[in-house]
Design a binder for this molecule. Sequence first.
Ligand SMILES: [Fe+2]
Ligand SMILES: [Fe+2]
Length: 373
Amino acid sequence: MSDILSGVVVSQAMGLEMQGGCGRDVQDIAEEAVARRFRLSGAAHPFLVLLRRRAVEALAQSLCAGVSCELPAPRMPLPPEVTHEANSGVAPGDLDGLAERARLPALPQVFLELQHAMEREEPSYDELAAIISKDPRLAASLLRLVNGPLFGFRAPVETVSRAVAAAGTRRVTSLALGTFVLGLFRERPPHVVNLHDFWLHSVATALMARALATRMGRDDPERYFVAGLLHDIGWLAICAVWPAGAERVLDRCRDLGETLTEAERAELGMTHGEMGAAMLRRWNLPPVLVDAVQAHHAPSEAPASDEALLVHLADEAVKAFGIGGTGDDCIQPLDTDATGLRSISAHDLDAACEALLEGVDEMYAVLGAGARG
Ligand SMILES: [Fe+2]
Ligand SMILES: [Fe+2]
């Protein structure tokens, strides 16, 4: 069982005034805690039934293991100066204005060079290693990744070139982007969301989306990892730049039972998917990623985007397990109009859940350490 998962799920269960122990009480507590997460999910699609069952099992296991932890921190009221600032200068629906105010840094040179090299045919490992070695943080993250339990090599991998060969060239590029984005907003932590919980949710969604893509035999599972990693980045920007608006959105979800997208449309005149897509366009990231981020809550609106569909499902799974969080931690209704949903088997979903629970601690440690430098 993942340490991160144990801590998070139990802290949520603590709201039910029970710690540790094993037996029927534990099962009841786990079911009640998970039912809270599913209260807005609507009709019981078989995938939601599966995720709910697995989430109860995971939580009950944690409680049986007697993991103790603290109550989740309540959302603090915004300071008056933040509320005031947030009420001026942001127009509902002004995506570009908001993206401008987020003062996004440029993508790191090493990522651009890697992308460029990947566009050519079959770049050599040495060539990629030379690029990566220009960024010591990235080189360290890569070595940490391939020497960690996810890869399970007996002998240590000591050179960047061998590490590239072990990890695979695509995975190295997503690692480079991952260490960059995890450092975003570190200098000015956003209000409303907790940055650690936010990135944990994002890394877990990335892992789950990649695990689904791998199970389903997709060509380039790393693309799904990157889409998962970035899927909620628009929400992070909204929380940083328009905290009062973000808070009103969460209040509507809680008080009126609206979905996140409904509340965002009403309060902000935009969704965090649209905001994230605007940010990715500014970074000149490929349209396939832009579409995935824009439609991750409504993949039926982008039927050609398989990435949007798998990230949608991955997002739901991660919320079901209570891994990290973005402030709104209720599972949203599944977009059953997305026809691609029928091509996914319950067996694949189940296996991807297993991969998620096994890998999330390690991946977060690798990316988080890289982002801290
Ligand atoms: Fe989202
Ligand atoms: Fe999400």
